[in-house]
Design a protein around this ligand. Sequence first.
Ligand code: HMG
Ligand code: MG
Length: 298
Amino acid sequence: ALPQRVKIIEVGPRDGLQNERHNIPISVRIALIEQLADAGLPVVEAGAFVSPLWVPQMSASGEVLSGIQRKAGVSYPVLVPNLRGLEAARAAGAEEIAVFGAASERFSQKNINCSIDQSLTRFATVVTAARQQGIRARGYVSCVLGCPYEGEVAPQTVVRVAAELYAMGCYEISLGDTIGVGTPLKALRMLEAVAREVPLACLAAHFHDTYGQALANLFAVLQLGLTNIDSAVAGLGGCPYAPGASGNVATEDVVYLLNGLGIATGVDLERLAATGRWICQRLGRRPGSKVARALAGR
Ligand code: HMG
Ligand code: MG
């Protein structure tokens, strides 16, 4: 059955901006996060404490995180790959982090320069240290429906990585179709398999829209009762280590879909679309959200 309410995790300021060619001023990154929170998004991913050699666009995430005017009831998670990232995130006042693994060996090597097992050992240390400091941890699994380097990914690997992240103390596991190759039945089967090991309420769908299937995939997993969806305003996004992948499913499109299904989100679609138009203007690109374009054309 469809859920009554869905929590949207806005990843535009991180997944969206990490793939932009130009460096975005800190003030723009801060304004984007604040506008998204003002539009009613309960979770706004604010940056990544990763190596600036690997992802230069996310450098200065500390200044971004400590610069935002935080809104009560909103969380601002940041990506952290290791203890060094955790320390920098904590120093900038992070109350929530996300570790990010993969269900594909080659993607793991390309993205974080270690094997899946090495990453899980490292993440367990990071998550334990975070929780001792009162910092909540979320976990990502990338390549859940396909890998840019290996092609097909075995669902059992997705289940194993998700279950380990959950067991080490991640409160929510986000399942990433990093390259956006999934289709609805495949997405549904994958989620069913993971939900046998991790409670459905602790799972999130993180779908990219490369092949235009993200909304259809979301509708499929919503029917299983999934209540957490990652998306990016204006459909920004992509991973620098997933060549050819397009942006995340657009938050505007997800909100329009959920509104039509009578599922509550607490998000003000008009304000969100205005934020999407504003950031696209700053980035010199056209909004990737069809809903945003339709609303602008009325
Ligand atoms: P490494 O080279 O194996 O690590 O990289 P290292 O420990 O040898 O360090 C290399 C250099 O980075 C050193 O600098 C370190 O000091 C520095 P040097 O001494 O040579 O000048 N360094 C750091 N600097 C700042 N913050 C840190 C940090 N750690 C080391 N935390 C590492 C390993 C994990 C660091 C690197 O591979 C990395 O940063 N990877 C991040 C890649 C990334 O951010 N990818 C995008 C996010 S994942 C994604 O988009 C998918 C997702 O959206 C879900 C989906 O769609 O599926 C989440
Ligand atoms: Mg992503």
